[in-house]
Design a protein around this ligand. Sequence first.
Ligand SMILES: C[S@@+](CC[C@H](N)C(=O)[O-])C[C@H]1O[C@@H](n2cnc3c(N)ncnc32)[C@H](O)[C@@H]1O
Length: 219
Amino acid sequence: MYDVLYRRGLTPWVAAGHAQSALIERLLDREESWHGAAAGRTLVDLGCGTGEHSLAAATRGWTVVGIDASAVAIDRARRAAAASGLDVRFVAGDVRRLTDVPGLRPGVSVFVDVGCHHGLRAADRRLVADGVARLAASRASLLVVGMDRRPGLVGVGVTADGLAADFPGWRVEPGQTFELGGRGLLRRVRFRVFRLVKGDPSGGGASDAGGPRPTISRP
Ligand SMILES: C[S@@+](CC[C@H](N)C(=O)[O-])C[C@H]1O[C@@H](n2cnc3c(N)ncnc32)[C@H](O)[C@@H]1O
């Protein structure tokens, strides 16, 4: 299905590029202050699409693997990497079978998921979580950006409680809500961004009901 959307240009997430890019840069700033220098560390972009976030991370020195099921998107991502002279490995693959992705080895520091997780079925989310758990370094983090789960959007969207259930043993930090703004189709859609940290179950899952919900300012 995504191949068709990419070919026809029905990709509002690409149209939202600038606004999303600014968010990703801020998120990567934070990861670099937590993990230390990007150099020598691996970041995996789950459902990388045409690769904008992967390329942003590679520019900052991360060793990046971008995975997407759409061959059309991966082809565009590879072209963009070649055009920018960045060495990013873009793989046409399935995030539900991460351990089958060629060359992807344990020791991943950061996983990024922008807009993929929120559309997966519950069983598929658990398959992704299983692969992430197998590949994560002992000190690892996962960033999930997805649509806020709203009444009526059955099965779509991302919540703290859902992430806590899917990723046992990971601490879910309180989510932040934001709107992309700008002019694209997604400008009024409420998104959530969550950060999960491996191996710190003491914090439990961040409840959707509690805690402040800071709004990330529009870029
Ligand atoms: C909304 S797009 C977001 C793309 C990109 N992360 C971005 O922010 O521009 C969701 C992406 O997830 C990919 N995707 C969906 N299910 C997938 C799966 N099971 N394995 C790999 N990629 C998948 C789609 O092909 C699509 O490119």
